[in-house]
Design a protein around this ligand. Sequence first.
Ligand code: AVJ
Length: 320
Amino acid sequence: MTLVEDTSIGEIEVDSDFANALLDGLSAPAKFIPCRFLYDAAGSALFEKITELPEYYPTRADAEILRTRAPEIAHVMPPGAVLIEFGSGSSLKTELLLAQMRDLYAYVPIDISDAALRGAQARIKKRFPALRVLPLLGDFALPIQMPPEIADRPRLGFFPGSTIGNLENAAAIKLLANLARILGPNGRLVIGADLKKDERRLIAAYDDEAGVTAAFNLNLLKRANRELDADFDVSQFDHLAEYNADHGRIEIYLVSQAEQSVKIRGRRFRFAAGERIHTEYSHKYDIDGFHALAARAGWGPVEVWTDSDRLFSVHMLETV
Ligand code: AVJ
């Protein structure tokens, strides 16, 4: 059986990966399901809806920063540079940056999803027909071989949207160190990080009035029913978002509303009334805290920008 770490992101998804992760996670003393399984087709569509919710500020704030700062970001890079994007699901933000980059040699989107990669390539090709696009199918949490034709060119990494916040600190440092290795000496990285703020505002962003985030979270159980023939009674679980001030993070759970049991692949899992399944972390950082984290992975600060309401931050870092 494959051992799947709670906090790992971006693993290549094989057919039995979800089954193994679910059986492992629900066998643990504190039950959990790794957050990467939130993003099947239904979950990805729900996440798109989340980004449009009035309470969910991160996407808008991140886009505001990139819209206003794209010229500054772009002009830091010399002509002939390469833009390497970690995950290719954020075409709007990428286009904001690409539109400002002069004499870019190539755009390298990296993604574990072939479909996402093709989609990104098609969109970018349409808007920037002259740009060289070199898609890379792979996991940026692991060592990755860059195309030889970009060797020795200045590299700007782009990791928008605060995905780093899903990871606990040790895993975040590991990932940032791997990005430093991929981007190489003198590499730069533009990375989004959600800021600490009023707890009520944070909770509202992860427990919205319309219940979209709840549906996003509960989709994990529906997915288990669809794909693994599990028999979760989804109406007997509730979505819960809590702020853990000690760890500076939103913690998301599914809470069993009654004592019940569920059968998955011939195995029975028991839930006490009130028992939780942990499904996601979303870490929040202040600027100094993020700098300290990045420093442990070999990154030094170049610049940091926030939106007009100081809800979200975008850092430019360089390898030191
Ligand atoms: C995609 C990880 C940035 O943490 O804000 C949104 C995921 N989960 N609402 C976040 C998410 C519930 C999101 N990230």
